[in-house]
Write a protein that binds this ligand. Structure first.
Ligand code: 13P
Length: 250
């Protein structure tokens, strides 16, 4: 049985003050949770504050991205060793905002995947189709292509100790959620596709849904057989809403 994971992706939001209030609310709310794993991914500059605030809590912390290089002359970048140094457990990679706005190709994301694995952190590997791709009927093909890039760099055992997040691009920040049936169908496909390389890893990997998940739709989405939690954007910026989603995952 897979334990659900609910992770908040705070993206580029918040101030030192507001983040303090948010993380304190999450830590407080998490005290009454059981049977669900919880993580938050703050803007890099606030990770240290959030790590300090989560000390002794079940709430884990992750970065929103990582550089493929581990050190050196890469102005503005943050290495996975630095993220690890702060005691993060997770690193999101391949978010569609990185793929579309910063031109990250499947190959770059696959390189980031292996960088995170080599550092001993857990990649939260984001995949998903655009609206055009869904309408063209190539959702599964797109997800398979994004996954296969990782198998090419990391081998058949790539998805041991990894998390996959299926985030249909058309559902991110739009208020348009994939229906539970639509999401389940893609999640089941992803698991089957992973199983072609390693059935045990496919059975164990948490596949999160992301895209306008909120307190109103979380329970039904996470009630689907292959949906093992959520990667939450907008609704993770309010502690009460985020905790309601976490409770729905219990
Ligand atoms: P929203 O929940 O705001 O749609 O964002 C989802 C997301 O991109 C999480 O990574």
């Amino acid at each position: 049985m897979r334990t659900p994971l609910v992770a908040g992706n705070w993206k580029m939001n918040g101030s030192r003050e507001s983040i303090k209030e948010l993380i304190n609310g999450v830590v407080e709310g998490a005290k009454s949770l059981s049977g669900v794993e919880v993580a938050v991914c703050p803007p890099t500059i606030y990770i240290a504050d959030v790590i300090a605030a989560t000390d002794g809590s079940i709430v884990e912390v992750g970065s929103q991205d990582t550089c493929t290089a581990t050190k050196g002359a890469f102005t503005g970048e943050t290495s996975i060793d630095m993220v690890k140094d702060l005691s993060c457990k997770y690193a999101i990679i391949g978010h569609s905002e990185r793929r579309t706005m910063y031109g990250e190709t499947d190959e770059v994301v696959a390189e980031k995947f292996i960088t995170v694995k080599n550092a001993g952190l857990i990649p939260v590997f984001c995949i998903g189709e655009t609206l055009e791709e869904r309408e063209a009927g190539i959702t599964e093909e797109v997800c398979a292509r994004q996954i296969d890039a990782v198998f090419t760099t990391s081998g058949d055992n790539a998805f041991a100790d990894s998390v996959v997040a299926y985030e249909p691009v058309w559902a991110i920040g739009t208020g348009k959620t994939a229906s539970p049936e639509q999401a389940q169908s893609v999640h089941a496909f992803i698991r089957q596709h992973l199983a072609k390389r390693n059935a045990d890893n496919a059975e164990k990997v948490q596949i999160l849904y992301g895209g306008s998940m909120n307190p109103a739709n979380a329970k039904e989405l996470m009630g689907q057989a292959d949906i093992d939690g959520g990667l939450i954007g907008g609704a993770s910026l309010k502690a009460d809403d985020f905790m309601a989603v976490c409770q729905a995952g219990q």
